[in-house]
Design a binder for this molecule. Structure first.
Ligand code: C5P
Length: 226
């Protein structure tokens, strides 16, 4: 069976990673969550005091070569965890502290150049499902299957709010909704690689769709191409 590249892009908290992970497992493909990579850079920037309060973007850019990002398989969860300079940061990168800074950091050209190069290397042998904002437009413009996921902001914020509460984070629904909308605004309007649907992507609105139905439909798309 031929191996393909599957690019899944879309707005924040549209459930891209849940579907991408499941699809990768079903196809026995590699799964890469590129949002985790941008989140790790934001954490690096926060921990060094390069953002939040007084931003010092030139210093962040100067220190990028010191930043080592790695996905390491976690046998307990069966998924991969993000490591930043040898430390497992999987939980920390999902906090609101990081969500509040990540889109600003992701708009920096030097950050994108570094991460896009890593992502292209990870996918050079195909057999990969990658999710993010610019996968079908920039990282793999020749991907054989491209999806663009959407859902209403309220539905997305509700899903994200539940996830954060389950993890014990103290947040209000309004804070989460504001963050989701603000990230979408920055991601869609930045000058470099803005979030947009690739011309040949299938738009997929999952506002009123359960996980099972989404998976079946997307799996079906993949089988038509493979
Ligand atoms: O996917 P997730 O919501 O975890 O991504 C966090 C942020 O990382 C996004 O809001 C966006 O600013 C940035 N991102 C990006 N390009 C990608 C993946 C994520 O700019 N390919």
């Amino acid at each position: 069976m031929k191996k393909i590249t599957i690019a899944i892009d879309g707005y924040s908290s549209t459930g891209k990673s849940t579907i991408a992970k499941r699809l990768a497992k079903a196809l026995n493909y590699i799964y890469v969550d590129t949002g985790a990579m941008y989140r790790a850079v934001a954490l690096f920037a926060l921990d060094h005091g390069f953002v939040d309060g007084e931003d010092n973007i030139p210093e962040l850019i100067a220190h990028l070569p010191e930043m080592e990002l790695k996905f390491v398989p976690n046998p307990d969860s069966g998924k991969s965890d993000m490591y930043l300079n040898g430390q497992n940061v999987e939980e920390e990168i999902r906090t609101m502290r990081v969500s509040g800074q990540v889109s600003k950091v992701a708009a920096i050209g030097e950050v994108r150049t570094k991460l896009v190069e890593m992502q292209q290397q990870m996918g050079q042998d195909k057999g990969i499902v990658m999710d993010g904002r610019d996968i079908g437009t920039v990282v793999f413009p020749d991907a054989e299957l491209k999806l663009f996921m959407t859902a209403s902001p309220e539905i997305r914020a509700t899903r994200r709010y539940k996830e954060l509460l389950d993890k014990g984070e103290q947040v209000t629904f309004e804070e989460v909704l504001k963050n989701v909308q603000e990230r979408d605004r920055i991601d869609s309007t930045r000058s470099i690689s803005p979030l947009q649907k690739a011309k040949d992507a299938i738009e997929f609105d999952n506002s009123d769709m359960g996980l099972e139905e989404q998976f079946e439909r997307i799996y079906d798309f993949s089988q038509r191409v493979i």
